[in-house]
Ligand binder design. Structure first.
Ligand code: FES
Length: 172
């Protein structure tokens, strides 16, 4: 009788241990999947401040690893940013993604305005809407200046936003 009780106890302990061993990787997988779907904004080092010509916007590609819920892709372009430096040295960054339906917005130097070729949206150099179907102005991104080994670098917090709506709603 004592032996049977002991064996029953051992079986129960082994059963719990086995369930725990199975549960740990399953929970790890579940949490990593939830985490991977999110896009984290981080500052990207885009240009030396001195290399930007005042009053002439320049486009920079954002390179990073693209990650969705299941797959991690190798590093590649995930978007781009228009950087513009004013005469007093202040830097402004706009996402080049059109807030209408997501095409890439261009800059027309002769007209001194941003232009989206997909449905002819135009924007002022400060990102404000001029004409076209877009529901809002260009999406401004946060910039900071960081000194790295004696050079001043423009850092940009790249972020994607919902398109087709008047509010600026971050994605991820
Ligand atoms: S996507 Fe830019 S105007 Fe439509």
């Amino acid at each position: 009788m004592r032996r049977r009780k002991f064996l029953k106890h051992c079986t129960s302990i082994l059963g719990s241990l086995y369930a725990t061993i199975l549960a740990v990787p399953a929970l790890g997988f579940l949490f990593s999947t939830l985490k991977r779907g999110k896009q984290t904004e981080k500052p990207y080092r885009l240009a030396r401040l001195n290399d930007l010509e005042p009053g002439v916007p320049q486009r920079f590609t954002i390179i990073d690893q693209r990650v969705d819920a299941w797959t991690k892709y190798p590093s590649g372009p995930i978007g781009s940013v228009w950087l513009s430096k004013s005469q007093d040295g202040a830097v402004t960054a706009f996402s080049s993604t059109c807030p209408h339906l997501g095409c890439v917005v261009d800059y027309v130097a002769g007209d001194e305005e941003y232009f989206c070729p997909c449905h002819a949206a135009t924007f002022q150099t400060d990102g404000a809407m001029v004409s076209g179907p877009q529901p809002r102005g260009m999406d401004e991104l946060k910039t900071t200046i960081e000194t790295i080994r004696g050079d001043q670098w423009v850092m940009v917090e790249y972020q994607k936003f919902e398109t087709g709506i008047a509010e600026k709603v971050p994605i991820g």
